[in-house]
Design a protein around this ligand. Structure first.
Ligand SMILES: *Cc1c(COP(=O)(O)O)cnc(C)c1O
Length: 398
């Protein structure tokens, strides 16, 4: 029987976030009196065009880029596709493409297609903490005429932060083009494309309190790539299609909020996350932390509750009004365990019991206290039902 609760404790912010009230306010005029097309010649469109230019400056400032280096897209999936396919299209089949085993499907599926189309593709693995093998990256780069490296800044499932500064330096040494999927770091870590010399970078509005349906692609001046969307001359000919003006306005506001709030917010999020981690680890034996605790996003906690199914945990938590995810949201609906957790070589009995908690500016310490009170009994109940346990562990069967 499904129990209805009034409470919703939303801990799935790496999947999507609530749009900030300030961002909603910022976009409303552009559905109403300011509905002009920025490409129009008349003053009505011209005013909107100037507002879009200001928004572009705010977005550029967020990552310390120039406004001309910012392309607005429909989502980060489009940004990743444009970066990878646009670069592959420009350089042709000689381009070697190097990525990691733990990327988001927006990168993985794109790279898989490029491989089918004849590109030499190399995939870098991670260790059991989810850390990138930089020697394997250097090896993959050696001997390539021209290479494109796509390494995410932080992982959406475990929160593990990759050493993008080192990756960028290695790419520079080898003359390789470096794209990073930085979706999960927006608003969580400072991003400065002058300090971290990436060539291309993707972000998504809905992962940091702007609406769904707006993305950012940063392309460093001089980077050779071809547009993915052909048509009009919008975005200086790099992405055709009439600008999504209301969402661009909301995105700029989300960038401003993230930039101004980030320092205090990351400390607040880490305190909540650490309390959640310590509390659950103490209350639930046979639980593992997935990911690199030393280099982890302040808002993310991924735990494996051994001997039980993550789906069953999420289902019971949902009845209590607690929203979490298992694997990635995109993989939910299939019972395939997460490719990220599997790539880390997590033992079989723990892979299936993985649950991700991801926090945002709308969470409070009361949310954490509620989870700490309600969740351990759910884990105990599921463990009591499970045929497996420390004394009956299928990974140790002879
Ligand atoms: C959510 C996400 C994406 C896809 O973003 P959309 O804007 O939903 O297309 C890409 N990469 C990572 C790491 C993500 O978390």
């Amino acid at each position: 029987m499904t129990v209805q609760t009034a409470k919703t404790i939303y801990l799935d912010n790496n999947a999507t976030t609530r749009v900030a009230d300030e961002a909603v306010q910022a976009m409303l005029p552009y559905f109403g009196e300011k509905y002009g097309n920025p490409s129009s010649m008349h003053v009505f469109g011209g005013a909107v065009s100037r507002d879009v230019a200001k928004a572009r400056e705010e977005v550029a400032r967020f990552i310390n880029a120039s406004p001309e280096e910012i392309i607005f897209t429909s989502c980060a999936t489009e940004s990743d596709n444009t970066a990878l396919r646009g670069t592959a299209s420009f350089h042709g089949k000689d381009l070697r493409i190097i990525t990691t085993a733990v990327e988001h499907p927006a990168v993985l599926q794109c790279v898989r297609r490029l491989k089918a189309e004849g590109h030499d593709v190399r995939t870098i693995g991670v260790d059991n903490l989810g850390r990138l093998d930089l020697d394997a990256l250097k090896e993959a780069l050696s001997g390539a005429k021209k290479a494109l490296v796509s390494v995410m800044w932080a992982n959406n499932e475990t929160g593990t932060i990759f050493p993008v500064d080192e990756v960028a330096a290695i790419c520079k040494e080898h003359g390789a083009i470096f794209h990073t999927d930085a979706v999960q770091v927006a608003g969580k870590l400072p991003v400065d494309v002058q300090k971290t010399p990436v060539d291309m970078l993707a972000m998504s509005g809905h992962k940091f309190h702007a609406p769904k349906g707006i993305g950012i692609l940063y392309v460093r001046k001089g980077t050779k790539t071809r547009p993915f969307m052909l048509g009009g001359h919008q975005e200086s000919g790099r992405r055709a299609g009439t600008e999504n003006v209301p969402y661009i306005m909301a995105l700029a506001e989300a960038c401003r909020l993230a930039r101004e709030g980030m320092a205090a917010e990351t400390v607040r999020l880490a305190a909540m996350r650490d309390k959640l981690e310590a509390g659950l680890m103490a209350a639930c034996p046979d639980t593992l932390v997935n990911g690199d605790r030393e280099h982890r996003l302040s808002n993310t906690l991924n735990l494996s509750f051994k001997y039980i199914e993550g789906e069953a945990i999420a289902y019971h938590l949902s009845d209590l009004g607690i929203c979490v995810s298992t694997g990635s949201a995109c993989a939910s609906g299939s019972l395939e365990p997460s490719h990220v957790i599997r790539a880390m070589g997590v033992p079989f009995t723990a892979v299936h019991g993985s649950v991700r908690f991801s926090l945002s500016r709308y969470n409070t310490m009361e949310d954490i206290d509620y989870v700490l009170a309600e969740m351990p009994p759910v884990i105990k109940m599921l463990r009591d039902l499970s045929p497996f346990g420390p004394d009956n562990d299928p990974t140790t069967f002879k």
